[in-house]
Design a binder for this molecule. Structure first.
Ligand code: NAP
Length: 269
């Protein structure tokens, strides 16, 4: 699995400390084979510990981390990557992302994107990618590093924010998107349309939301500390939605963006 990103991963934001490690181990036991961390989450150590304790071979699990937007300048970039690798303790990661682009080019775009490619060349990561990039920055990335340089753009996508312009662009260039907050932080669980479809399929509304996003071609990284929810979410891999289900869920899009800090780029949707 060294080059494919598993379609269903585990988000680890907020899953700190021993409870975080326990949740990750429970997820691995259930079958999750993709863990998403970041320098800013304080979960890199837990990810490494969970993988080591699971007994899985390193190439059986996919690990992503992200360079924080405060460490993208040339003086800090590569040291921060080496520190991440030390903290995780599993050797090279599978995927290294730029967590957020730098607003107003306070750090020049070319500097940190070339540093990212350099991190890959040095063997710190098998794949490289970006996060929170709008179309304009994806186009600049392709111009700078080549059309196939990045493996994904990780962005907020869930049934209530389907990011249609970005999705259309990504499809047109063959770039997989990774949907973060795919459960809209748990809000999908209360949606009546998703619950009606879930009832027919014998799963939860969250599993339907994840199945929908994967059917749209996205990778998903839901988070949970509850074994029951981890298990329920993993069932998304078995759900086959029909055309009517897909149309009903597409109609839930209402441009509801949950993550929109001041450092955000100009979004496309
Ligand atoms: N690149 C970025 O800038 C960025 C930004 C945000 C997030 N992310 C990544 O995306 C991951 C996922 O996002 P997220 O963790 O913020 O939100 P999320 O996965 O959309 O939702 C997680 C929340 O949903 C609840 N939940 C999970 N399964 C459920 C179920 N079956 N039924 C009801 N509630 C359920 C969880 O509570 P319980 O623990 O009680 O189950 C938790 O509160 C993060 O962990 C992180 O790795 C990346």
């Amino acid at each position: 699995m060294t080059h494919a990103i598993p379609k269903l991963g585990l988000g680890t934001y907020g899953r700190t400390g021993d409870a975080g490690t326990a949740a990750m181990l429970a997820a691995i036991e259930i079958g999750y084979r993709h863990l998403d961390t970041a320098q800013s989450y304080d979960t890199e150590r837990q990810v490494g510990e969970a993988v080591r304790r699971s007994g899985l071979a390193r190439n059986e699990i996919f690990v992503t981390t992200k360079v924080a937007d405060t460490r993208l300048d040339t003086a800090q970039f590569m040291d921060s990557v080496e520190r991440s690798l030390d903290t995780i303790g599993l050797g090279p990661v599978d995927l290294l992302l730029i967590h957020w682009p730098v607003k107003d080019e306070v750090v020049p775009f070319e500097d940190y994107m070339l540093a990212l490619a350099d991190a890959q060349r040095r063997g710190f990561t098998r794949l490289i990618g970006v996060s929170n990039f709008p179309i304009a920055l994806l186009q600049r990335t392709a111009a700078l590093l080549g059309p196939d340089a990045i493996a994904t753009n990780q962005v907020e996508i869930h049934p209530f924010l389907q990011a249609r312009r970005l999705v259309a662009h990504a499809r047109s260039v063959g770039l997989p998107l990774t949907a973060y907050q795919p459960l809209a932080k748990g809000e999908v669980a209360g949606d009546p349309v998703l619950n009606r479809i879930a009832g027919r399929h014998g799963v939860t509304a969250s599993a339907v939301a994840l199945a929908f996003l994967m059917a749209e071609g996205h990778i998903v990284i839901p988070a949970s500390s509850s074994e029951a929810n981890l298990r329920a979410n993993f069932r998304a891999l078995d759900v086959r939605l029909d055309d009517a289900d897909m149309a009903a869920i597409r109609a839930l899009d209402r441009g509801y963006r949950r993550i929109d800090p001041a450092k955000s780029p100009a979004w496309d949707d």
